[in-house]
Design a protein around this ligand. Structure first.
Ligand code: KIV
Length: 264
């Protein structure tokens, strides 16, 4: 990982080499130009422009209202700020579920209009045909299993998935199915550490990224807004906060307001 402005663009072979060498891959969410700049400068390997931007940037209660146009606008800004990272565009609700044709068309928009390197979509065996079709069009795909926010209601909310043996096995089997369909990586969100470990060990080339799923994955994803306390309504227990930037910003605005109203 390089931290200077001379850094080379991260490629898929380079990511595969990191897995093969046992060097953990660093991934963060990002939705805007200045943050993308900092992440690129810090040497982050992969950025996810997540549809979580519906909540963190647009103030919706869920990710469901997010459109392809929303995603493209934010992904373009992130690409401008972070030219060196491997950039993954998150396919929003109903951009891939209706048909393989819709999936290919919308995945293509991330590549052609926003300069993404790959797309991510949620779901297991039921989405294998979408993954295969997008990959066959030449677009790398990351799968997403465990807690999948687009179906959080059906999963019983934002809670650990795959706790019993049957559900754990289904997740592990789904990882293999998505990889067979051509996924270059699978994100495991909020699953038991053991499930993540088995998936990472069984996958010979494809990369397993963990989010709140223990340290055994090939790489880790953190939601940027959780990392810095920037989302006012919800702080997941599993996310480590590196600084309470939300508090620093609020205190600064209050101080500015006081100085202006006091005539300073
Ligand atoms: O939208 C997003 O940021 C995501 C993460 C929760 C993995 O999909």
């Amino acid at each position: 990982m390089s931290t200077d402005t001379e850094r080379k663009k991260v490629s898929l072979p380079a990511l595969y080499r990191m897995k093969a060498d046992g060097r953990p891959i660093v991934m963060l969410t990002c939705y805007d130009y200045p943050t993308a700049h900092f992440q690129d400068q810090a040497g982050v390997d992969m950025i996810l422009v997540g549809d979580s931007l519906g909540m963190t940037m647009l103030g919706y209660e869920t990710t469901l209202p997010v459109t392809m146009d929303d995603m493209i606008r934010h992904a373009q800004a992130v690409r401008r700020g972070a030219p060196h990272v491997w950039l993954v565009g998150d396919m929003p609700y109903m951009s891939y579920q209706p048909s393989t044709e819709a999936a290919i068309r919308n995945a293509g928009r991330f590549m052609a209009e926003a300069g993404c390197d790959a797309v991510k979509l949620e779901g297991g065996r039921e989405m294998a045909d979408r993954v295969a079709a997008i990959v066959a069009s030449g677009i790398p795909v990351m799968g997403h299993l465990g807690l999948t926010p687009q179906s959080a209601g059906a999963l019983g909310g934002f809670r650990l998935q795959g706790k019993d043996a049957h559900k754990a096995k289904r997740i592990i089997d789904d990882v293999a199915i998505l990889i067979d369909a051509g996924a270059f990586a699978v994100l495991l969100e909020l699953v038991p550490e053991q499930v993540c470990r088995i998936a990472a060990e069984r996958s010979k080339e494809a990369i397993i990224i963990g989010l709140g799923s223990g340290p055994a994955a090939d790489g880790q994803l953190l939601i940027y807004h959780d990392m810095f306390g920037l989302y006012p309504h919800f702080r997941p227990r599993m996310a480590k906060m590196y600084a309470d930037a939300g508090k620093i910003i609020l205190d600064g605005i209050r101080q500015y307001r006081a100085e202006v109203t006091d005539g300073e």
